[in-house]
Design a protein around this ligand. Structure first.
Ligand code: ZN
Length: 244
């Protein structure tokens, strides 16, 4: 049951620093409800939440949280979890999300599945990206297509496999992406910037070719989805993608 609250539920969990191997407690928030938890949302967008700095060696890294982000007004719900795909997909489709599955308190808000834009991600970078896209009113499927095109260009330019790519910042008329190059560690991190108008061009070209963002088939919208959609298969190399 949903209940009124002024302070978000939190849980302190031990995390291990990947740099020095030492353990410390870190505060996680199993549920982020908008608008009430706007402060947490801002912290996450600023990487002040789920991107701890190790108190021993001062290196910053990211944790693997289980967290549900819920915005009733925008009718969207994003989940970051390491539960199995099948199990979590079923829960999200039916709306039957069990608190213990996301390590949350009993106040997962009620919702009607198909009326919500629902996404499940595995990684806090992807989670943060979904929230950033929502904040900027960008369609995440269109952005995955932009990222796929960028990724292909990067691969061609660098001769390296693009392991991950995320929108890191959207400010003014520029989009800044963080890309991770390589097949295995040690990876190379690069920043790629492009004009925000690229998003509009992709949106105009592709949005009418994809369905309602609330449909079940978009629950796992990511680079794999973009590849499998086949939408970019007719693109010329380097299609409208100025990079800086
Ligand atoms: Zn450390």
């Amino acid at each position: 049951m949903a209940k009124e609250r002024t302070v978000p539920e939190s849980v302190d969990l031990p995390v291990i620093c990947p740099f020095c191997g030492r353990e410390f407690d870190y505060t996680m928030y199993p549920v982020i409800k908008i608008p009430g938890d706007n402060r947490l949302k801002k912290q996450l967008l600023n990487k002040d939440l789920y991107f701890p700095t190790c108190p021993y060696c001062r290196e910053q890294f990211k944790v693997k949280p289980n967290c549900v982000y819920f915005d009733a007004r925008k009718a969207e719900m994003f989940i970051v979890t390491d539960a199995s795909d099948k199990k979590i997909e079923e829960m999200v489709k039916t709306g039957d999300i069990l608190p213990e599955d996301v390590r949350s308190p009993e106040d997962i808000p009620p919702f009607i599945g198909s009326l919500f834009r629902r996404r499940i991600v595995r990684d806090v970078d992807a989670f943060r990206e979904k929230i950033l896209l929502s904040d900027c009113s960008y369609d995440d499927r269109i952005m995955e297509l932009v990222k796929l095109a960028l990724s292909r260009l990067l691969q061609k330019d660098s001769g390296q496999h693009v392991y991950r790519i995320f929108l890191d910042q959207a400010s003014g008329n520029m989009l800044t992406f963080a890309a991770v190059l390589g097949m295995r560690p040690p990876f190379e991190n690069v920043e790629v910037r492009t004009e925000a108008s690229i998003y509009t061009k992709y949106k105009n070209k592709y949005l009418h070719r994809i369905g309602d963002p609330r449909e079940d088939r978009y629950i796992f919208t990511d680079q794999k989805w973009a590849e499998e959609s086949g939408l970019l298969s007719d693109e010329d190399e380097g299609y409208i993608m100025p990079m800086k």
